[in-house]
Structure formats: structure tokens, C-alpha cells
Design a protein around this ligand. Sequence first.
Ligand code: OAD
Length: 297
Amino acid sequence: MADRQPSVFEPQTDLESFHTHLKKSKRVLALLGAGLSASSGLPTFRGAGGLWRSVKSTDLATPQAFARNPGLSWQFYNYRRHMSLSVEPNPAHYALAKLARKMPGFVTLSQNVDGLSQRADHPSDRLHLLHGTLFDLKCSDERCDYREENYTDPVVPALAIPADQAQPAGSVVDISDSMVALPSLTTYDLPHCPECKRNLLRPGVVWFGEALPEVVLNKAKDYLAAPENIDLIMVIGTSAQVWPAAGYIGQARARGARVCVVNMDSDAPPGGWKQGDWMFAGDAAVLVPELLKPVIG
Ligand code: OAD
């Protein structure tokens, strides 16, 4: 009687076998999540740090939350813009940007809205923002097509975060803590659409229940549908729980890709581990430059 095939594969953890595969890879995808920016100092969405004033960050990322309380929604997004502008890209952002310059077949699909990959000079034609960016604003009325790029901090004066007098100059109080009072606001104080002049502007991020940008979906679709196989997908700092982003892992596998997960946790990707996968547990900021070294130096 033959031994039964194990139904669960253990991922490989050795750098050497990964380096050997990377060196002969031509078409590589990266799927990025909030864990990539964690060591820059930005909180992730789930787990510790995923609450904002006792509300789950994911519950604030909805059209309903904006309609119900646009002031609170803007406080949340203005704070995230401020935090993102206050921190720096880390070595993993730079390593991925360098790989994009060295390997023409490397494409990144990022769920991150924090602008750190862009600030690390990741080539924009190879960086597709699945969930938009905090630094695009658009009219909250879909019938008005007004959009702008906007890095003003605070986005309007009424959203200025109070200074923290107990900390060095430039520090602000932590308004993600529900014990800290929020400055009061009226709808009049919030950013308004300069085109239709009737509606509020909103952040140009994708909220739960909304479609991803069609142009980005098409870029991903074209890459996955190209006649050449995909050699590798690197899944970095994401819990891979949000779709359609998480579905790209299975789609890349179906085109021949081996999967390499880089994460603080050792959770399996959707569909479980398969033979030939890699799992590197730890901080992406440390691991990603090491993993990419044979190509980026
Ligand atoms: P999550 O907060 O769901 O997951 C972050 C992942 O990063 C977790 O798996 C952590 O274990 C891992 N992590 C934390 N620190 C890390 C580090 N230093 N190095 C490596 N990994 C680390 O964030 P996302 O997967 O990005 O969508 O969430 C996906 C989407 O859900 C977000 O884009 C956002 C959110 O709701 C929208 O807002 C539409």
C-alpha cells in the first residue's frame, strides 16, 4: 500500500532556495499590504493598532460612515494623511522600487494608500494602487468627476490636529485615542468640491462596498492574462483577507507562480500552502532587502 500524499505542505524557509528561484525569474508580482509600512510607524488595519477612537478602522472605511458622519470620517483620514506624511519609507519600500527599476517584468499591486512606495521612487508605471491613495481627493457625488492630487496638511484648517505641548515641537496629540478630545467641526468647515460647489470632497481611497479603479483592475488582468507564465508572487505584509486583492495570489498560482509570503505572522495564504511556497516570518523592512539582494545588490 502506498503512503498517502500529505494534504498540507510546509512552506520552505531557506533564503538560498528563494534566491536561486528569484535569480532565474523574469515575471514577478508583488502584493503589498499595511505590514510593509508598519516599521515606518504606521498602524495596520487588523489586530493591535487597528482601532481608531474605539472604532474598527475597517468600519470607518465605508461610504456609510462618511454619509453618517463626514466630520468624523475626515478627522480619521486627515489624521492618516498627517501620520503618513510624518514618517519615511523604510528599506523594503526602497528595495521594491529598486527591483522595479532592475527587472522589467516586475509589477506591484499595492493595497496601501499611504504614499510611501511613491515617496521611495517606485516607478509609477509598475505600481498599481488597488485601493487608491490618501493624497487624491474627489467629489463625494459620483455625478461630478472632480479629482485633485492634494498633499496639504491639514487638508483644511479646521482639521488641524492640536499640538502636543508635552512632546518636541511639531508633535500632535494622538486623536486616535478616544480619551483625547476632538476639535469640534461643522460641515461648512470640511473640504468642498470646487467644481460642483454643492458637495463635500472625500478621500480618493476605495471604501468597502466600492469597486476598485477600473484602470488598475485592467492592468492586473492584462498582466495575469499575458501568454508568458508568472514565475513568482511575493505577498508582503498583508493579511490577504480583502478581495479582490487576495484573489491575485490564486490567479498568479494558476499562471505558474510560486508564492513567497513575508509577514510577522505565519498564516497560510488563501487556499493554504502549496508545494514550493516560501514563508519568511518577521519584519518586512528587514526581510525584503535580504530577499531581493541577488538582483538589487
Ligand atoms: P491588515 O491590517 O489586514 O494586515 C496587515 C498584515 O501585516 C498582517 O498580516 C500582519 O501580520 C502583517 N504585519 C504587521 N507588521 C508587519 C511587519 N513589520 N512586517 C511584515 N508584516 C507585518 O492590512 P492589509 O492586509 O493591508 O482596505 O489590509 C487590506 C485592506 O483592508 C486595506 O487596504 C484596507 C483594509 O481595510 C481598504 O481600506 C479598502
